[in-house]
Write a protein that binds this ligand. Structure first.
Ligand code: ADP
Length: 525
């Protein structure tokens, strides 16, 4: 691959900028060889698109002071920077920048767990801290607090929270359990939000708002600043917990699954981010597609029926957890079991655990605060050089909405030759509907179909009044354009803020469809 250069910068000036970066962070922490830059390409981005999102270099600072100096150089050269924490935002772009030629500002060397407060159950972390790191730290020090891991445990706690990722315990809504940030603005100014603006900040991780306007959410999925520290609430390790699986036999049972789960979530019988997953996704955790079928096109319903029968699973499977004192766990579970038992043909299994126990076989560890990498198993489903791109619409928590989103996306996926590999994760009043398109990166037909399909799925959803909560670099402008109430007033406001905070347009141009004035002509390209 030919090296990519920052737009609007001569080779000489680019090399001079790299030298200036090296004088700040050390030459070893400025990467520009094709070989090293491979780490900054999303391995899941369909190959033909990869050069549209290529980094020209990566700079790895070790402190806020170094970031400030890097920013000064970037402003002087009008050189766009793309901050990442660990850059494992796979399926949405990984570490790759939206604007090709940007320099990735890789913060993985800033990896201190600044504080864990056992009494108030919170942590304050830097960008490079992964779910594995934080989990290991708590266990090593015998601190009885749980993290809420994202699906892949190697990712950054801070990066995932900024993307509004989610997990599977009662603290599954990462953005909602965030409290207090330290952010460096494009001009090099360091801001602490909420109670952190008090110099010694004793309640920084205890109370979100502080005094006056509250800004934390503004730095999520945006390009308004570089987050250098982030507070998050941790879940006290429960004295006991129970993991349950409900198997529902029919395709149409999705509706009953959702209608049964909602009241249990709203009245807090079930407090975790329960998951409703289709049979194919379940099967992909324990088998590959060719074990069942080797024809073209989506799996026929009869084959899905075989999978359900032979694996002894449901057409839909609800996984949920109950946490608390053993008698509380039993009472809550009894109530949930009664509710699900009303669905004809439902069967329910449960496993009980004591404080600190690890779930049998390691499965469902995510619901017990244990990070893992098993999510990657899905990549073997189609064989070849497996990758996935996700369509992630928000679904109101009703059976009717879930059925509508499921039926429409399943039909579209089939039209493009893909299986419905999806599931719903339960918030309180919404479901995250995650539909992965799994494709073989070495098969150009699959790659092209997977890429085209994303826009079609998003358009279908938009026509019904739904929008995505997160999307790949390739569809960020498209997603932003769908949030178009009153002639796109929301995006206009975001760009007004962007221009005020970052007049030189150096921070993550194009992130979430927000383009600074200097780069606005790049929108849609
Ligand atoms: P993870 O490795 O957990 O998936 P990433 O490091 O890839 O997370 O971050 C996800 C996205 O969040 C990045 O693409 C970037 O847009 C944004 N981001 C990550 N870290 C920061 C940060 N420290 N400041 C501002 N934005 C960030």
């Amino acid at each position: 691959m030919t090296p990519v250069r920052p737009p609007n910068l001569s080779e000489t000036r680019f090399l001079r900028a790299l030298q200036a970066f090296a004088s700040v962070v050390g030459a070893a922490n400025v990467q520009s060889s094709a070989d090293r830059l491979r780490d900054y390409a999303d391995p899941f981005t369909p190959q033909p698109m990869a050069e549209h999102f290529a980094a020209s270099a990566a700079v790895l600072p070790q402190s806020s002071d170094e970031i400030r100096e890097v920013l000064a150089i970037a402003r002087a050269y009008r050189l766009p920077l793309w901050p990442v924490s660990t850059g494992r935002n796979f399926a949405y772009g990984g570490a790759a920048p939206r604007l090709s030629g940007s320099v990735v500002l890789d913060l993985k060397r800033m990896n201190r767990i600044v504080e864990v407060n056992e009494t108030l159950a919170y942590a304050l972390v830097e960008p490079g801290v992964t779910y594995f790191d934080l989990h290991a730290h708590l266990r090593r020090h015998g601190i009885p607090l749980w993290i809420d891991p994202a699906a892949a445990g190697w990712g950054s706690v801070l990066g995932n929270t900024l993307e509004r990722g989610f997990g599977y315990t009662a603290y599954g809504d990462h953005a909602a359990n965030q409290c207090g940030m330290e952010v460096m603005l494009a001009n090099g100014e360091l801001v602490r939000t909420g109670m952190g603006a008090i110099e010694i900040g004793r309640a920084w991780q205890s109370y979100k708002a502080g005094f006056g306007p509250s800004y934390d959410a503004m730095f999520m999925q945006s390009n308004f600043g570089i987050v250098t520290k982030l507070g998050l609430w941790l879940m006290p390790q429960p004295p006991a917990y129970l993991l349950a699986q409900v198997k529902l036999p029919r395709e149409s049972d999705l509706e009953a699954a959702v209608e049964t789960l909602r009241p249990l979530r709203l009245n807090e019988t079930i407090r975790n981010h329960a998951v409703i997953e289709g049979a194919i996704r379940y099967a992909a955790g324990v088998s590959t597609r060719t074990d069942w079928y080797d024809g073209d096109g989506p799996l026929p319903e009869s084959v899905v029926g075989d999978i359900v029968a032979r694996l002894g699973i449901g057409r839909w499977n609800v996984h949920f957890a109950v946490y608390g004192e053993p008698d509380v766990v039993e009472a809550r579970f009894a109530s949930a079991r009664r509710a699900f038992a009303r669905v004809p043909g439902a069967s329910i299994e449960a496993h009980r655990y004591g404080a600190g126990d690890v779930p049998i076989g390691g499965g469902e560890g995510n619901m017990a605060g244990i990070p893992a990498m098993s999510a990657f198993r899905m990549l073997d489903w189609r064989g070849g050089n497996g990758a996935h791109v996700d369509f992630s619409p928000i679904c109101p928590f009703t059976g009717g909405d879930a059925m509508r989103q499921y039926s429409v996306s399943k039909a579209r996926l089939a039209e493009y030759g893909f299986d419905y590999y999806g599931g719903f994760t339960a918030g309180e009043r919404h479901l995250h509907h995650i539909v992965a398109t799994i494709f073989d990166r070495d098969d150009p037909r699959q790659v092209e179909a997977a890429a085209d399909l994303q826009r079609v799925l998003m358009s279908d959803a938009r026509a019904e009044g739904y929008g995505v909560y997160r999307t790949h670099l390739a569809t960020m402008d498209f997603a932003a354009s769908q949030y178009d109430f009153n002639d796109g007033a929301l995006l206009k406001m975001s760009e007004t803020i962007k221009d005020a905070l970052d007049p030189d347009g150096i921070l993550a141009p194009g992130k979430s469809g927000i383009w600074p004035r200097a780069w606005r002509a790049k929108r849609g390209n």
